[in-house]
Ligand binder design. Sequence first.
Ligand SMILES: [Zn+2]
Length: 54
Amino acid sequence: MAIDTVCKMTVDENSAQHTSEYKGKTYYFCAPGCKKAFDENPDKFVTELTSEQQ
Ligand SMILES: [Zn+2]
């Protein structure tokens, strides 16, 4: 399972209908609104995820 970086929900990669590629990584989203938010400001969400993992 992947994590929707926008709302932190888990998303099944195999059935995900909303995905976005950024800097060579694929991100999965639960809804079009989450994908849109990511597409508009991907750095915001990528940075948040990275800082959480460290
Ligand atoms: Zn979402």
